[in-house]
Design a binder for this molecule. Structure first.
Ligand code: AMP
Ligand code: GLY
Length: 418
C-alpha cells in the first residue's frame, strides 16, 4: 500500500511512524515533510495542492492522510481534489472542514443540532461586541477565521477585551472578520478524537493537552507543551455521556447537513459543572495529543484509514492499549512569542525505550539535529500506570538538551481528579 501523509510537524511524524508500523509495511510518502519525517517517508516532489494531487494520481497512491488542516481548506480542498482524482482521502471535504476554519460556522452547527456548547453572539463591529459583552466579565472573544492560534482571548477584565477588539476591528490584525462573544465556562479540558466514516464513528483514546507555557498552567497559551492519553483519563460513565450528547449528535448533524466526513474529528471539550461542553472542533488529530495517542494504537492503522477513506469503518482492525502515554514537549528559546533556530540538540541517541517525534528540527551541514521552530521535539513514553508513564517520559526528556530549551516538568502529573 502506498500512503501520502500531508503535513510537516510532530503530529505527522507520529502518524507516519504509526502507519509505517502497520502490518504489510506500507510505503510511506510525505508532503511537505521535514528532515526527520523524511527518514521514514519519501518526499513528494510537489509545490502545492494541485501538483500534490496530480503526483498522487500519477503514482498510484492508495491513500492520502491529511495530518494538518491547512490543505483541507486551501483552494478547492485536499479531500475534494482527491475525490475528483479517485484517491481515497482520510480527511474531510472543504465544506465540512469549516467546522474548524470558521468558529461561527461551528457555533451555528452546534446550536442547530442541540449539542452542548457555550452561548455566543456573532458581532460585525466593535460597538456590537461591546453591547454583547454587556459589561459581564470574564468573557471570551473569538475571531471568526484562521488566526494562527491567536484568535481567542479569554478576558478576565474589560481592559483585555478592549485590547483584543482594538486588534480585530481597528488594527485588523487578522484581516476582516467577525467576532464571537462567548460565555465564559470553567472546568478541566479534555480532547476527544473520533474517526468518522459517514454515519459511523469510533472514539480513540482520550487525551489532555497542556496548553500553557508554565508549570501549574500559567503563562501564555502555546500550541501545546505536552499531553497525556489514556482510556482511564475520563470515567466510562463520562465517556458514555460525551458519546451520547456530543459525538453522536455531531455525526448525525454532519449527515443531516450533507457535510461529507471521513477522517479524524477532534472535539475540544470543557468539563463544566453542568456537564461537558464543546469549546471547539478541529478537523484533524490534535498536536501534541497525536504523539501521545499513536503509541497506544495497536493493529492495522493503515488498513483502518484506507477502509475509512473508502467508506467502511473497520474497528476490528485496531485496538487501544489500556495503559497510559505521556508526551513532553521541548520548545526553543523565545517560544511562544518567537522561536530560535540553530541550537544543536544533544542526547537523541540516549533515549532508551522512549519515542521522540520531531516537530521543529533540521539536520545541519555537520549532520547534527538542531532546532528549527518553536516546538522542537516531543518525547513520549508509555506504561500501565500514569505514574510510571510520566516518570519514563520525564526521565527520557532529562537526557535531551539544547540551548534555551523550555519544558514543563508537570506534564502528566495533574489528573482530573487531583
Ligand atoms: P479555542 O481556540 O476555541 O480552543 O480556544 C482556546 C482556549 O481558550 C481553549 O482551549 C480554552 O482554554 C479557552 N476557551 C475557549 N472558549 C472558552 C470558553 N467559552 N470559556 C472559557 N475558556 C474558553
Ligand atoms: N492540541 C491542540 C490542537 O491540536 O489544536
Amino acid at each position: 500500500m502506498k500512503i501520502v501523509v500531508v503535513g510537516k510537524g510532530g503530529r505527522e511524524h507520529a502518524l507516519v511512524r504509526a502507519l509505517a508500523e502497520s502490518p504489510g509495511s506500507p510505503e510511506l510518502f510525505c508532503f511537505p515533510g521535514s528532515d526527520a519525517i523524511l527518514e521514514s517517508a519519501r518526499p513528494v516532489p510537489a509545490d502545492g495542492l494541485e501538483s500534490l494531487v496530480e503526483w498522487m494520481g500519477a503514482n498510484a497512491i492508495d491513500l492520502c492522510v491529511a495530518g494538518e488542516e491547512s490543505y483541507l481548506v486551501k483552494g478547492e480542498g485536499l479531500a475534494n481534489l482527491c475525490e475528483k482524482a479517485g484517491i481515497p482521502c482520510w480527511g474531510p471535504h472543504l465544506q465540512s472542514a469549516q467546522l474548524e476554519a470558521s468558529k461561527e460556522f461551528a457555533k451555528k452547527f452546534l446550536e442547530r443540532h442541540g449539542i452542548p456548547t457555550a452561548k455566543a453572539c456573532a458581532c460585525a463591529t466593535l460597538e456590537e461586541a461591546v453591547e454583547a459583552i454587556g459589561g459581564r466579565y470574564p468573557t471570551v472573544l473569538k475571531f471568526d477565521g484562521l488566526a494562527a492560534g491567536k484568535g481567542v482571548a479569554v478576558c478576565m477584565v474589560e481592559e483585555e477585551a478592549v485590547e483584543f477588539l482594538d486588534e480585530v476591528f481597528v488594527k485588523q490584525r487578522f484581516g476582516p472578520g467577525r467576532v464571537l462573544v462567548e460565555d465564559f465556562l470553567t472546568g478541566p479540558e479534555v480532547s476527544i478524537f473520533a474517526a468518522i466514516v459517514d454515519d459511523q464513528y469510533l472514539v480513540f483514546t482520550p487525551a489532555r493537552d497542556y496548553k500553557r507555557l508554565g508549570e501549574g498552567d500559567v503563562g501564555p497559551n502555546t500550541g501545546g507543551m505536552g499531553a497525556v492519553a489514556s482510556r482511564r483519563l475520563v470515567s466510562a460513565e463520562l465517556l458514555a455521556e460525551i458519546e451520547q450528547d456530543i459525538v453522536q449528535p455531531t455525526v448525525a448533524g454532519l449527515i443531516r447537513d450533507g457535510l461529507p466526513y471521513r477522517g479524524f474529528l477532534y472535539f475540544g471539550l470543557m468539563l463544566t459543572p453542568d456537564g461537558p461542553r464543546v469549546i471547539e472542533y478541529n478537523c484533524r488529530f490534535g498536536d501534541p495529543e497525536c504523539q501521545a495517542v499513536m503509541p497506544l494504537v495497536k493493529g492495522d492503522l493503515a488498513g483502518f484509514c484506507l477502509a475509512g477513506a473508502k467508506g467502511e469503518l473497520r474497528p476490528d482492525l485496531i485496538s487501544f492499549d489500556e495503559g497510559w502515554s505521556v508526551c513532553v514537549v521541548l520548545a526553543s528559546a523565545g517560544y511562544p512569542e518567537s522561536s530560535r533556530n540553530g541550537d544543536v540538540i544533544r542526547g537523541l541517541d540516549q533515549l532508551g525505550e522512549a519515542r521522540v517525534y520531531h516537530a521543529g528540527t533540521r539536520r545541519n551541514a555537520a549532520g547534527d539535529w538542531e532546532t528549527q521552530g518553536g516546538r522542537v521535539l516531543a518525547v513520549v513514553a508509555g506504561a500501565s500506570t500514569r505514574q510510571a508513564a510520566l516518570a519514563a517520559a520525564h526521565t527520557a526528556a532529562d537526557r535531551l538538551a539544547f540551548d534555551g530549551m523550555q519544558r514543563r516538568r508537570d506534564i502528566g502529573i495533574c489528573n482530573f481528579e487531583d
